[in-house]
Design a protein around this ligand. Sequence first.
Ligand SMILES: Nc1ncnc2c1ncn2[C@@H]1O[C@H](COP(=O)(O)OP(=O)(O)OP(=O)(O)O)[C@@H](O)[C@H]1O
Ligand SMILES: [Mg+2]
Length: 352
Amino acid sequence: MTAVSSPDPFRWRCSRPPPPSDHDTVTAATPAPDLAIESRGLTKRFGEQIAVNKIDLAVPRGAVFGFLGPNGSGKTTSIRMLLGLTQASSGQISVLGQSMPDSLHAVLPRVGALVEGPAFYPFLSGAANLRRLDTADRNAPSSTRGARVEQALARVGLTHAAGKKVAAYSLGMKQRLGIANALLQPRELLVLDEPTNGLDPQGTREVRSLVRSLAAEGTTVFVSSHLLAEVEQMCTHAAVMSGGNLVAQGTLADLRHVGQTRVRVRTPDAAAAAAVLTGLGLAPVHSDVPEQDPWVAAPLPREMSVDLTGQPESIVTALVAGGVRVRGFLIEESSLEERFVALTGEGFDVLQ
Ligand SMILES: Nc1ncnc2c1ncn2[C@@H]1O[C@H](COP(=O)(O)OP(=O)(O)OP(=O)(O)O)[C@@H](O)[C@H]1O
Ligand SMILES: [Mg+2]
């Protein structure tokens, strides 16, 4: 994967992972006002293991930001550091423009979070659990508690189960109750760690539409997932984690252009075509066409492919101008899944 550099910080950046170092430096940084979350060189070590390796996250305000990565890639550990639930080994974090964890008490009331599910009392109902959690929140006005609990339960589709003991909730219902807890107050930022875990397809759709409606109201949503399809359907931006490294981030629209588009040229004039392509600064890879086309006289057409840079029309024009007989010209876009596999070296669960 070649590095893609761009002056726009939200375009996809595919980067080589930084080498781990024993001498992490922490440099002063001014938080960007248009970013809801920003990290610089954020690192977490567990003994010898580097679970998160110098990641630079940039989550624009108003985005639905998918934090995508296979199991064990460091998503939850990163989220825990962002929220001050665990201490970073090194690096800097800014959430809603304030440095973390120094401004924890000022920042957290503005952030709703679901990380690995809150602990609920099984013998209390869903509504009673939310009331308890709301009581524990110093910033939550008690006068509006009942109405807010009711509203939060309605938003996640749990009104019918409000009075039911949590012990009798399914995993999906507990997950929704966790999201309801994050929604007890209006939040500027919602951080959801795998919110659709344990949900059935209907529940998954509901969470997706809930996230979209929250975003439409202006809430920034940072949501982790190991499901590519989910991130594609729900998010405006995404970052990809792989083995503790942040390997790409940017808008979903730009993500579709990450990775190489290849062009295949079929021609009997292989040598001339190779010369033209090389002249264009492209590096042709040759391959023999497996079966001979009965309509083509000898010599056997050969196929060569190049990574596309620039416009495909200009390649055809140059080939024709160079006297190359073009018998086939094919533009191959790699699928989004192939791009992720190329970025992470691992497959993603694409089905739900
Ligand atoms: N408390 C801990 N002590 C030691 N190692 C840990 C601890 N927490 C996480 N790790 C390790 O850090 C790595 C990243 O784990 P993390 O939970 O952040 O991954 P994840 O991307 O959230 O995975 P998943 O998709 O399975 O939730 C893993 O190798 C994990 O074993
Ligand atoms: Mg996790």
